[in-house]
Design a protein around this ligand. Structure first.
Ligand code: PZK
Length: 284
């Protein structure tokens, strides 16, 4: 199959008119891919994404054709997708302050033009979720966009649909995760247009690679929040003499095992399923 895109931790192949998105077991910390894989990570994130696409199909149609009709060597960690015309906007919803949202609030008291109350800090909950789109930079970092800029880029009706769907996907995710003791601080979504102009949800959805997941029991606004999936990796790597530039350090077995267990626990808690490792499931 023809490789059409290679990302830090995933690949995209063309299969006739379809695309096959393949998740690897690679993991990144501080944006650097480490040389040691986390066995089962690609399968868990793929199965979690498929599960969310199913949960969210009433909110917006999605690009999934099948989670099972994929080449056998990738079974369980690949999704057959419709090829869409991707929209050049990273659609982010934020319900808590972290990352670029926190940086923007500290500088201006607002995020994406939405004025926020004073006194918020790292990890604070926002009065209500905010749509904070960014550009999709081919290289380098994504830049914040105002809603007006999104409208100018994709048109008023598509922009309105992106904002609606992004906030609705985030709200449903937050509500479901909250019942399982998990905070979804923010999420990044990608959308594309089908041949008939329908806006569809694409890429991956509400995975720990596209969203910040925090254990609700440890949430303490005013400091950086522990990440549900990668905290072991971050804590371990913080104790090394590593400047956070490539190449990253090899991960010791006990840290691999602890990280693997976190991904499994996250999947089981969110979906109520035991494990993604044994039985791949799809919609097709
Ligand atoms: C598409 N990416 C991101 C980069 C990956 C994924 N349904 C679609 N139709 C057309 N293009 C894409 C999609 C989707 N999803 C997604 N780039 C293009 C990307 C690198 C690896 F797995």
């Amino acid at each position: 199959m023809e490789l059409v895109h290679s990302g830090k931790v995933r690949e995209l192949y063309a299969d006739g008119d379809d695309l096959i998105m393949v998740a690897s077991d690679r993991v990144s910390v501080y944006d650097v891919v480490l040389p040691t894989p986390i066995p089962g990570k690609g399968r868990i994130l793929t199965q979690l994404s498929l599960w969310w696409f199913g949960q969210l199909s009433g909110v917006i149609p999605n690009h999934v054709i099948s989670g099972t009709d994929v080449p056998s060597q990738w079974e369980g960690r690949a999704i057959r997708c419709r090829r869409l015309r991707m929209l050049p906007v990273e659609c982010i919803a934020r319900g808590y302050l972290a990352g670029l949202g926190l940086a923007s609030y500290r500088e201006t008291g607002a995020i994406s033009g939405v004025r926020l109350p004073p006194g918020l800090g790292e990890g604070s909950r926002l009065p209500e979720p905010v749509f904070t789109p960014t550009t999709k930079a081919a290289a380098g970092h994504d830049e914040p966009m105002s809603y007006g800029e999104v409208e100018a880029l994709v048109g008023g009706s598509v922009a309105a649909e992106l904002r609606r769907a992004t906030l609705e996907v985030y709200r449903r995710g937050v509500e479901l995760a909250a019942r399982r003791g998990i905070i979804i601080a923010d999420t990044k979504l990608e959308f594309g247009l089908a041949g008939d102009g329908t806006v569809m949800l694409a890429d991956e959805v509400l995975t720990p690679d596209s969203s910040r997941f925090w254990p609700a029991s440890e949430w303490t606004p005013g400091r950086p929040q522990p990440s549900l999936d990668k905290q072991f990796l971050r804590d371990w790597s913080a104790g090394l003499d590593w400047d956070r530039r490539p190449p990253g350090p090899a991960i010791p077995d006990d840290v691999v095992a602890a990280t693997q267990a976190r991904y499994q626990e996250l999947y089981a808690r969110l979906t109520g399923r035991e494990g993604a490792a044994d039985r791949p499931r799809g919609r097709g």
